[in-house]
Design a protein around this ligand. Sequence first.
Ligand code: PGA
Length: 253
Amino acid sequence: MKKYVIANFKMNKTDGDITKYLSTLMPIVSGSEAQVILALPSVSIKSAVTKVGKNGIIIAGQNINENDFGSYTGEINAEMLKGVGAKAVLIGHSERRTHFAESDELVNKKLFSAMKTGLISILCIGETIFDKTNGLTEKTILRQLTKSLKSIYANELKNIIIAYEPVWAIGTGVMPSNAEISKAVKVIRKALADVYDKTIASNVAIVYGGSINDFNIKDIVKISDLDGVLVGGASLVPEKFGIIVNSFDKVKK
Ligand code: PGA
């Protein structure tokens, strides 16, 4: 399966910074087989889409409002993102769940909205440190997955990438072992196989996110059942992100 290397800029970089960033990144990753997706602040999506042109990098949003159009001051919906050339969007990132009280039910509505518009959804799930220390990792992942995907048809899964991001690993420098990541990927695939079927489950891209950097990526690419990574902090430096992207080409096939 194709590998995905997704950057999440969060609330970082001005439009000018992003233009400079792309000038550095584009030549570094131009020969890579991995699909690069950059989730950018919404105000920079249009200029980034123009800047990357036809070079294959996908520009994504970091969030959408679940409604079509209307009186929701300050919000942006899926149609608007699509209108400026975004092809994907992060849904249910843990920072949205924590700081903006996004529930699994809301995440489900946002997924529907993205699906209707044809945007690729990068659905983020993952346990908190409380879940982990109380042996609730699997239960949490399964709850988030089943509630978020409620009533989503099998044929829509081709437009969904699942990002397994343990909340305790995000921005902390602490990471699960390869075995723990592998186990989570298996749990996710089995849950998808139970709800849909085995073939569909095996075709869904599952990526890992949380404290990935240009050093530890060498180990992460060895996880055979993993289809890529979602990178926050280390994605902000184009040279580092470029190393992460190109690491996937070095894996023995
Ligand atoms: P991090 O963030 O790579 O800085 O840990 C990952 C994320 O929030 O998606």
